[in-house]
Design a protein around this ligand. Structure first.
Ligand code: ZEM
Length: 291
């Protein structure tokens, strides 16, 4: 009889409160040991992990996407676009040790939700139900965007996932967070002056600053003329070169609330691309640590 309890516990489906507990464990890790890491938070790199796990989706074949967490394996972990994401996967591994019942696919996407919310971003609806796949399901290289390219490339990549121009711009606002690392992508520097706070500053700075080519030996990137401490990728600059994109940059720069709403919806959907949820799986909305 003493084993019955254990068996029941293993068989019972995790409830929202169980995922809230995982949420909190991740939230507590964001700044733990990050005193000397970047800008003091692992939040941005966790957002990038959730995005790169999801952004491999191809709507024609239904392949790729967050379901599977195939970036655990080479060759996907070694794709150039994923350079540096081991930092994020290792943090997630330490969480998985405490909550072994959650799939890596659910965990990595939940990590993106935690990071956005704890860095003062919008509440992101999230549903569980992803399952991990093995190495054979790895995504082919080249599905994630290449920062050295232009608006045509952005559309090729994002239309393949099923996005429209407005959503491409909204999702790009995540570049309020984090920075380029010369030893990862080759690019260098943050996009904003508050890289651990989710804001619409990416759009404001894109419009308000004078951007010039950075003179250096690294890949072609822009820097702000005034402080020469901020950066824009060629693909970021494409958002104000292209009329249909710029329209949304203007809107989001002037309306933080609208940006939060559109980003929140798009990010939530990004994490669900290609995921076969069980019918009736309800979206969860998590409380932040100091709510
Ligand atoms: Zn990013 N991104 N991204 N991105 N990204 C970087 C960093 C971060 C592109 C890209 O090439 C790069 C989206 C879209 C696009 C984040 C989130 C999201 C870096 C720097 C590059 C080069 C990596 C490094 O050196 O560490 C391109 C071309 C995109 C096409 C539009 C979308 C969509 C995102 C989420 C919704 C985040 C949070 C970072 C910062 C990571 C960090 O470690 O600081």
């Amino acid at each position: 009889p003493s084993t019955t309890g254990t068996a029941l516990k293993k068989l019972s489906k995790p409830a929202e409160k169980d995922y809230q507990a995982v949420y909190e464990a991740i939230a507590e890790k964001l700044e733990e040991g990050a005193e000397n890491y970047d800008d003091g938070s692992f939040g941005p790199v966790l957002v990038r992990l959730a995005w790169h796990a999801s952004g491999t989706y191809d709507k024609e074949t239904g392949t790729g996407g967050s379901n599977g967490a195939t970036m655990r394996f080479a060759p996907e972990s070694d794709h150039g676009a994923n350079a540096g994401l081991k930092v994020a996967r290792d943090i997630m591994e330490s969480i998985h040790k405490r909550f072994p019942w959650i799939s890596y696919s659910d965990l990595w996407t939940l990590g993106g939700v935690v990071a956005i919310q704890e860095m003062q971003g919008p509440t992101i609806s999230w549903r569980p139900g992803r399952s991990d796949k093995d190495v054979a399901a790895c995504s082919p290289d080249g599905r994630l965007p290449d920062a050295s390219k232009d608006q045509r490339h952005l559309r090729d990549i994002f239309y393949r996932m099923g996005w429209n121009d407005q959503e491409i711009v909204a999702l790009s606002g995540a570049h309020a967070l984090g920075r380029g690392h010369p030893d990862r992508s080759g690019y260098s520097g943050p996009w904003t002056f508050s890289p651990t706070m989710f804001t619409n500053d990416f759009f404001k700075l894109l419009l308000d600053e004078k951007w010039q080519w950075k003179k250096w030996n690294g890949p072609e990137q822009h820097e702000d003329k005034k402080t020469q401490s901020l950066m824009m990728l060629p693909t970021d600059m494409a958002l104000i070169k292209d009329k249909s994109f710029k329209k949304w940059v203007d809107i989001y720069a002037n309306d933080q609330e609208k940006f939060f709403e559109d980003f929140g919806n798009a990010f939530s959907r990004l994490l669900e691309l290609g995921v076969p949820f069980e019918e009736g799986t309800k979206p969860m909305r998590f409380k932040t640590l100091n709510a």
